[in-house]
Design a binder for this molecule. Structure first.
Ligand code: OFO
Length: 173
C-alpha cells in the first residue's frame, strides 16, 4: 500500500510523463512539417516511450492500492526555431524531469517506502540514458553544422540510428 504522500508524488509524475509525451509529439509534428523525416520518426518514438512511462506509473499506483489520476494536459508549444532549438528544449525538459524523479525518490525514502523506491530506480536509469541521448544528438548537430546540407545529413543520420537503436553510440542503450 502506498502512503498518500507517495501516491500524490506518483500521480504528479503521471502528469509529467503525459506532458512529456505531448511535448515530443508536438516536436515530431513540427519536424514532419519541416521535412525532417529522421527527426520526426525519432520524436514520434520518444512520444510513445513517454506514454509508456505514464502507463507504467498508472499501473503501479493501482497495483499498490492507490488510485491513479488521469490528468488533463495543457497544449504544448507548437513552434520551434530550428532543430537545435528542438533538441535544446528536449534536453532541458529531460533535466527537469530528472529533478522531479529525484524528488519522488526522496519522498519514498522519507516515507520508508522501499518497494516504490525500488520501482523508481528504473526511471532513474532511464533518465541517465535520455539525457545522454539528447546531449549526443546536440553534439551531432554541432558537428554537422547548421547549414541546410549539414542538417539534411544530420536528419538522415538520425533516421539510420532509429533503424537500430534510438540512442547515439555514447548513450549505450
Ligand atoms: Fe519519461 O523519460 Fe524522459 O521524460
Amino acid at each position: 500500500m502506498v502512503s498518500s504522500k507517495v501516491e500524490d508524488s506518483l500521480n504528479n509524475q503521471i502528469l509529467l510523463e503525459g506532458e512529456s509525451s505531448q511535448f515530443y509529439l508536438s516536436m515530431a509534428s513540427w519536424a514532419e512539417n519541416q521535412g525532417y523525416v529522421g527527426t520526426s520518426s525519432f520524436l514520434y518514438r520518444q512520444a510513445d516511450e513517454e506514454r509508456e512511462h505514464m502507463l507504467k506509473l498508472i499501473k503501479y499506483v493501482n497495483e499498490r492500492g492507490g488510485v491513479a489520476r488521469i490528468p488533463s494536459i495543457s497544449e504544448p508549444p507548437t513552434e520551434f526555431d530550428c532543430l537545435t532549438n528542438v533538441f535544446e528544449s528536449l534536453l532541458s525538459h529531460e533535466l527537469n524531469i530528472t529533478a522531479k524523479i529525484n524528488s519522488v525518490v526522496h519522498i519514498c525514502l522519507q516515507e520508508q517506502d522501499y518497494t516504490t523506491h525500488n520501482f523508481m530506480q528504473w526511471f532513474v536509469s532511464e533518465q541517465i540514458e535520455e539525457e545522454a541521448t539528447a546531449r549526443g544528438i546536440l553534439d551531432r548537430i554541432k558537428l554537422t553544422g547548421s547549414e541546410k546540407g549539414g542538417l539534411y545529413l544530420f536528419d538522415r543520420d538520425l533516421e539510420n540510428l532509429i533503424g537500430g537503436s534510438i540512442s547515439v553510440p555514447s548513450a549505450g542503450k
